[in-house]
Structure formats: structure tokens, C-alpha cells
Design a protein around this ligand. Structure first.
Ligand SMILES: [Zn+2]
Length: 300
């Protein structure tokens, strides 16, 4: 009989999520002996600017209300970059980043400016894409004393330029999109050499409030969604390490009881012997406003 594995990917989007959510997750994961891959937002927290998506992304407001985002993210976070200045994230809490690695977790780069990348990447000239990742990489190296080996795109937003810059950084793997199994991306007819490990399960904010899923039963939803072999779950420091922390602890309890093993994305990458080339395109998925990177057909 095959067993079930869950690779845990943690996106850290905000100043408050780095300060409070990451230490909470580290404590909860230590209790269960679980290791994960954390992706940090390195630059400014401009979360307040995301409010413009009410006008630019159909379904954004509905999702905000359905997931009670103001309660989850806190009022201050909703104003950063607008009524309040954008605080610098990694620079403010370098010890939180280092603690994460010292406790045996993998660490990588989520971005420099999350909101800017998520909202404007398709319009970035190539040098700006390179600069965003370059600034993130430079600060990462300063904090950890070594280069990053992995990145995960904010809001699952990629472009051929961002994939090219990732190749140039010499990464071991990235986790930029949604799909079913690891692959090498082909986008707009261009082939790239950085392995992609896609998120296979929906995120909590995509399923909460839909089909009767609540913080009280979301662990049941995830346990019944797991398939044999590899599953990849993205959690957020702001949610699973904050407003739905007890739901995440229940999920870890269930994994332990059911013999589901939690692994890091790096373990997945190291065990890959071969992976197909697959199309990677921006498209829509249920529960999320706007487009995300999706794994497409195998390309021979
Ligand atoms: Zn993010």
C-alpha cells in the first residue's frame, strides 16, 4: 500500500504574519515534529494597496467578506502602504527568519514587494522583475549567510520573465503555481530549467465559507481531499499561524493519527529522478479572484 505525504509550504505575506504567525507555526510544528518550507516576503508590507483589487478583480470583495479578511489580517495590515507607511518586513524580524532555519525548516524567498508583484507582474519590464527578485535575494543572503535555493511567486503570479530570472538565480526548485505533480515549466513556448513543485490542494481562504467548510471542520475537508502519494498544501502565516491556528493544530493531529507524513518541498525535489515538461499558464481556479499559474498539458 502506498502512503500519503503532505509537503507543507508556508507563505509569509505580511509584517504581522512574520512577527506573530511564524513563531506560532514554529511552536505548533515543533510539537508534532513537522518540518516545512517557509517563503518570506523580504521587502515592504504594502498590504493596504491590495484594496484596489476591489475595482480591478471581479470577485475580490466577495472573497474578502466570505473569508472575513479584515479579522484575519488585522486593521493595521489593511492600511499599510496607504494611510500607514509600509513597514519593512525581513529587516524588522531577521531573528524570526533565522529561527525558522535553525529549527530545521527550509527557507526561501516569497518576494520583495508582495502586492506590487501580485498586481503588476504582467506589466513589469524584465529589469524590474529581475530587480524585485534580486533585492529579495540580496537581503536573504545578508540575513542567512547563504543564497536562497527556492522561491515561490506571490499570488501564484508568474511570467516568462520571472521564470527566466529564477533560472538565472540557479535555484534548486520553485513552487509558483497550482497543479498535480512536479514538472519543468514551458510558458509562451519557452522552456525553463527550474523544477516546479505545484500546490495540489486548495488554500484555506479558497474553501472556507464554501460548501459548509468552516474553521471547525476544515481539517476533515483536507483529510478527505488527500490522495495517495504526494500532496502539496500551501498555508499562510497570517491564517494557519493566526486566525485559524487551532484548525491547523487539529489538522496536524489528524495527520499524526492517520499516519500522513509531512515533508518539505526540498525533500520532494531531492527525490525527483525525472519530471515531465508541462505547460504553465495563467488561468482561473475556484475560490480565488484573478488568475493564477496553472500546470497544463505535458509537452513532449
Ligand atoms: Zn503570498
Amino acid at each position: 500500500m502506498r502512503s500519503k505525504f503532505v509537503a507543507l509550504k508556508v507563505d509569509v505575506d505580511t509584517y504581522a504574519g512574520t512577527r506573530d504567525g511564524v513563531p506560532n507555526l514554529l511552536a505548533d510544528m515543533a510539537r508534532f515534529g513537522v518540518k516545512a518550507t517557509f517563503y518570506f516576503s523580504m521587502g515592504p508590507d504594502n498590504s493596504g494597496k491590495a484594496i484596489r483589487r476591489i475595482f480591478t478583480r471581479p470577485g475580490f470583495l466577495k472573497k474578502m467578506l466570505r473569508t472575513r479578511a479584515p479579522a484575519a489580517y488585522g486593521i493595521k495590515t489593511m492600511l499599510y502602504g496607504t494611510l500607514l507607511p509600509a513597514p519593512m518586513i525581513a529587516e524588522s524580524f531577521p531573528h524570526v527568519l533565522r529561527d525558522t532555519e535553525q529549527q530545521g525548516h527550509e527557507v526561501g524567498i516569497h518576494c520583495w514587494d508582495h502586492v506590487k508583484w501580485h498586481d503588476y507582474l504582467p506589466w513589469f519590464p524584465k529589469h524590474l522583475t529581475a530587480m524585485e527578485l534580486g533585492r529579495g535575494s540580496a537581503l536573504f543572503e545578508e540575513i542567512f549567510g547563504h543564497r536562497a535555493t527556492t522561491t515561490a511567486a506571490p499570488g501564484w503570479t508568474v511570467s516568462p520573465d520571472s521564470l527566466e530570472v529564477q533560472d538565472a538565480l540557479g535555484l534548486s526548485y520553485s513552487s509558483d503555481g497550482r497543479g498535480t505533480a512536479p514538472f519543468y515549466p514551458v510558458m509562451a513556448g519557452r522552456r525553463f530549467r527550474t523544477l516546479q513543485i505545484p500546490t495540489t490542494l486548495p488554500t484555506a481562504d479558497e474553501v472556507l465559507g464554501e460548501n459548509g467548510v468552516t474553521p471547525d471542520n476544515i481539517h476533515e475537508f483536507y483529510c478527505s481531499s488527500l490522495k495517495e502519494g504526494l500532496n502539496v498544501l500551501t498555508i499562510h502565516a497570517e491564517l494557519e499561524g493566526g486566525s485559524i491556528r487551532s484548525a491547523f493544530v487539529r489538522l496536524l493531529e489528524r495527520f499524526q493519527a492517520d499516519g500522513v507524513r509531512c515533508i518539505t518541498l526540498g525533500e520532494v525535489a531531492r527525490e525527483m529522478i525525472s519530471a515531465p515538461a508541462c505547460e504553465l499558464f495563467m488561468g482561473e481556479i475556484p475560490g480565488r479572484a484573478g488568475n493564477v499559474a496553472i500546470q497544463g498539458d505535458v509537452i513532449p
